[in-house]
Write a protein that binds this ligand. Sequence first.
Ligand SMILES: [Zn+2]
Length: 288
Amino acid sequence: MPEMPEIQAHAERLTAEFAGRVLTKFTPFTFTALKTAVPGPDTAYGEALRGVGRRGKYLLLDFGATSFVVHLMQGGRLLVDTKLSAKPRGGQARFVFAPVVGDDDKIHNDALLLTEQGSERRAGVWCVDTANMATSPPLDKLGPEAATITAEELATLFAANSMRVHGFLRDQRMIAGVGRRLANEVCHTARISPFANTRKLGAPGAQQVVDALQQCIAEGLAYERTRGDMSSSKDRPSAVHAQTGERCPVCGDTIRAVSYSGYTVNYCPTCQTDGKILADNTTSKFLK
Ligand SMILES: [Zn+2]
């Protein structure tokens, strides 16, 4: 699933390409693509796209008083659509803009197409009043942004929520923007066990995690900004994520995998657990 760096860089590319374009139509292709009834998408017709922002893992298309919140989930993509076919493959919804004459003197009548491959159909669009966006679904339950949370804020959350740190990092109600890959990389960079208890980590642990978040997000953003499209998770340079059996780039130990809540968690024993091999002792294995 795309995480904060991928979504942020994608928002920047979409802003560069589509800011100023006037929305003429929003077309959902499935019954589940549009998650809201009021306000209607037509309230944004005739409005220019101010820009594409981001909150957590959501893209925010700002048309002034009305905004569209887009969640890509696992396999969703918001792509430039030049074909405008009646039934686009994997199509969930389309934002159609008024044609413009480009620098090349050609008419551009491209659109933005939300696609989702596979059968899950979980990607979707919320049409919201911009003024109430932060306090309306789906953004209302999100925790602070992963890139800007302070060590003090994180220490407070750690003290109030006794959880395994890997699960905490992935929980969007705790902090927003981190998925499986970043959680793996942040724990490795912070040199803490993915199974460490947040309450026991305390203020010193919160400082280590904030430093690691900032470093890993900066590295992810730097990579994503070199790209013309959003990377897939296997493309992203990673020290431990999806590196099971490979050498740790820090110490040379073998990267391990452990199953946790249905996820595969990667870690380096030497860097993170004093050499201890983590056992899958969660109940998740009994539920499969
Ligand atoms: Zn290591």
